[in-house]
Design a protein around this ligand. Structure first.
Ligand code: NAP
Length: 254
């Protein structure tokens, strides 16, 4: 049976790589992000290559009314997802907390915690009614190890882990699975977004170390989503080889 897979933040990085893997498995995909033109181009290419149905919806996960409307429409037209990958997320700046802009703090909380909670709250009743489905949430090693300048981002990712664990308890009587995937250093546009387009600064994050690729994480997501019914992987931490904690990274000179 073809799996129905919903991915938030599918327009870039880990979300896009995950969409590519599920497209190659010929899953029915629902791709969500604010940049729906990017999504549409990818979706058309994958549909041409694999022939599977791919639905694209523009969605800002911070917009609660839009989440309710888009998710409702997806449930009616596609059905409840077999796999929901809550991947949309971002960090802003690396500043001491006392210097953070309030707007940046709110954007991280509204996207990483409230957005993820909102999308999940909208899909979950239909998944419970079907007694099936797998929620895969993107946490981070930042949610396990705080680092200077990342207090709010780290807090949002710790919240993702706790939300996952709580939902697993609340759905224990169902066949629903919940997984937190916690990557370390992955080279994606993430740092460019964090530093508002400053490519030189973003490049320094990955200098002198072989970072993970988006597809390394997509492969893990595909793996956890394709275990037998009895197997629930609750947590996956994936670090770069030269990484020991969120910010303990061994770098060699270039
Ligand atoms: N890169 C890393 O080192 C790393 C490590 C651990 C965890 N993570 C987590 O992995 C996830 C994906 O990050 P990435 O590295 O792939 O970064 P990315 O390349 O910047 O992708 C982020 C995705 O999130 C979407 N997004 C952001 N805000 C959104 C919003 N308000 N509504 C809907 N979609 C939104 C973006 O799409 P639009 O801009 O089109 O909306 C984009 O598709 C994030 O949750 C991140 O925290 C990343």
């Amino acid at each position: 049976m073809t799996m129905k897979v919903v991915i938030t933040g599918a327009s870039s990085g880990i979300g896009k790589a995950t969409a590519a893997r599920f497209a190659a498995r010929r899953c029915e995909l629902v791709l969500l992000a604010r940049r729906d033109t990017v999504l549409t181009e990818e979706a058309q290419a994958w549909t041409r290559a694999y022939g599977n149905p791919i639905h694209v919806r523009a969605l800002d996960v911070r917009d609660r009314a839009a989440v309710e409307s888009v998710v409702g429409e997806v449930i009616r037209s596609v059905g409840a997802p077999d796999v929901l990958v809550n991947n949309a997320g971002l960090a802003r700046e690396t500043l001491p907390y006392q210097d953070n802009d309030w707007a940046d703090i709110e954007e991280m909380i509204d996207t990483n915690i409230k957005g993820l909670a909102s999308v999940t709250r909208a899909f979950l009743p239909a998944m419970v009614a079907r007694n099936a489905g797998h929620i895969i949430n993107l946490g981070s090693t930042a949610g396990q190890f705080a680092y200077g300048g990342g207090a709010v981002y780290c807090a949002t990712k710790a919240a993702v882990k706790m939300l996952s664990d709580g939902i697993r308890i609340d759905t224990i009587a169902t066949d629903i699975k919940v997984t937190t995937v916690m990557p370390g250093l992955v080279e994606t546009p993430f740092s460019e977004v964090r530093f508002r387009g400053d490519r030189a600064r973003a490049a320094k994050v990955y200098a002198g170390v072989e970072a993970l690729t988006a597809d390394d994480i997509a492969e893990v997501i595909e793996f956890v989503a394709t275990r037998p019914r009895r197997v629930q992987i609750t947590d996956m931490t994936i670090m770069a080889n030269q990484q020991a904690t969120g910010f303990t990274i061994h770098r060699t000179e270039d």
